[in-house]
Design a protein around this ligand. Structure first.
Ligand code: FES
Length: 169
């Protein structure tokens, strides 16, 4: 039985540009609704309730970055089979956008999809992650900036594989 809560919104195809929005207040509360037993594994999320504080993650100057999530450890982010090898899939975790990537078969990574430039939602690209707003490009394996105006990598969300699912750690 699944105990988690994500929603796949697109896979490997660029999504249309979205209006620039400020970084989403990440997960000030656990607002995840648990939905179990849907055949396709599609799950429902509650919207984040307001509250202040919170950023898409922490970024250091030239240092490692990490995304934070209030989702409990073991929250299913997506099914491994939904992530193309050499590509990525867009998901929502606790109401915030993330990208789950599979740079090599069996290797999964996850990053905040909130662009570090001006906060647009980064989408899966052709072997990379692409921001539709000003063209920043990010590495599938590391979230590092490959090009464009983004000043820092996409914050990483720690995930692992559990059975056939990618889950938070
Ligand atoms: Fe992503 Fe500007 S907001 S490149």
């Amino acid at each position: 039985m699944r105990t988690s809560t994500t929603q796949v919104t697109s896979a490997h195809a660029a999504t249309p540009p979205q209006a620039a929005t400020p970084p989403h207040d990440l997960l000030s509360r656990r607002s995840l609704l648990v939905s179990a037993g849907t055949g396709a594994g599609a799950l429902v999320l509650a919207a984040c309730s307001g509250g202040g504080g919170g950023t898409a993650g922490t970024t250091g100057e030239g240092g490692a970055t990490s995304a934070t999530s209030a989702a409990p450890s073991g929250t299913v982010v997506t099914a491994t089979g939904d992530v193309p090898v050499g590509g990525a899939v867009s998901v929502q975790v606790d109401g915030a956008p993330y990208l789950v990537t599979q740079p090599e078969e069996g290797t999964f990574e996850a990053f905040s999809a909130i662009c570090t430039h001006q906060g647009c939602t980064v989408a899966p690209g052709d072997g990379e992650l692409d921001c539709p707003c000003h063209g920043s490009r990010f590495d599938l394996s590391t979230g590092d900036v490959l090009g464009g105006p983004a000043p820092s990598p996409l914050p990483r969300l720690a995930v692992t594989v559990s059975g056939t699912d990618v889950v938070t750690t």
